[in-house]
Design a protein around this ligand. Structure first.
Ligand SMILES: [Zn+2]
Length: 239
């Protein structure tokens, strides 16, 4: 194999190792973020319920004040009844009292409705609060675990990166630049084998003459389709 290509394949092993470590920690952090998002949403829905219960309580107090007013108005009308002179006056007071009683009944029903709804919401709130209390604890533990693991992985990566820098120093600058560019564009795999005339990166056929040149291995050649750096890989060694 061409010496530069050999160096690059060795470098690629290290780069893939680093990428794998990154993927590992990214996956853990993404899972944690997803859990945190669900937790925050649940907390927000508890806040919403709390506001609902509070505004219902305010509404109930308002209604009860109105009820008290209505009651005293009725009492006032009832005492006036004793002093009425005309039937018209009497009828009019009677109607006011009846209207007042009807209004009281409606308001009392509304108060009951509000209290029932608040009771139901308070129950849901308590359930949700119990759930998030456990989840909060579990999340804190998970977060610490992920952080610890991330630090471990960073340490591992640091050691590997030193090794990589050492290896990269020995590689021809322009070959290294091409490799790095391909690596970012081709999802980490910049150097691939050719098995039976097929590029193992994009699985397209390599034209026969090009394949012959790759087999000779005297210079860096790329796949005409995916541009990856190619090396000849005998069939038996293929994965
Ligand atoms: Zn290809």
């Amino acid at each position: 194999m061409n010496e530069e290509i050999r160096q690059l394949t060795e470098l690629q092993v290290i780069d893939l190792e680093i990428a794998k470590l990154d993927a590992e920690i990214n996956a853990e952090q993404a899972a944690l973020a997803k859990r945190e998002k669900a937790f925050n949403e649940r907390q927000a829905s508890i806040e919403e319920l709390k506001e609902k219960v509070e505004s219902a309580e305010a509404q109930r107090k308002e209604l009860e004040a109105e009820l008290a007013d209505e009651l005293s108005r009725i009492k006032e009308r009832q005492s006036k009844m004793m002093q009425v002179q005309t039937n018209r006056e009497y009828q009019s007071l009677l109607k006011e009292i009846e209207d007042g009683k009807k209004s009281i009944k409606d308001k009392e029903e509304e108060v009951v409705r509000i209290m029932e709804a608040s009771e139901a919401n308070t129950k849901i709130m308590a359930e949700q609060e119990a759930l998030i209390a456990d989840e909060k604890k579990a999340l804190a533990e998970e977060s610490a675990k992920v952080q610890k693991h991330a630090a471990e992985i960073e340490g591992k990566k640091g050691k590997i990166a030193v090794k990589r820098d050492d290896m990269a120093k020995d590689i021809n600058t322009s070959a290294l630049r091409k490799y790095d560019m391909l690596r970012t564009r081709r999802n980490g795999k910049a150097v691939v084998g050719v098995v039976n005339g097929i590029c193992q990166g994009c699985f397209m056929s390599i034209p026969p003459q090009h394949f012959n040149d790759i087999q000779k291995g005297d210079r860096i050649l790329n796949c005409p389709t995916c541009q990856r750096i190619l090396f000849y890989q005998p069939e038996s060694k293929a994965e």
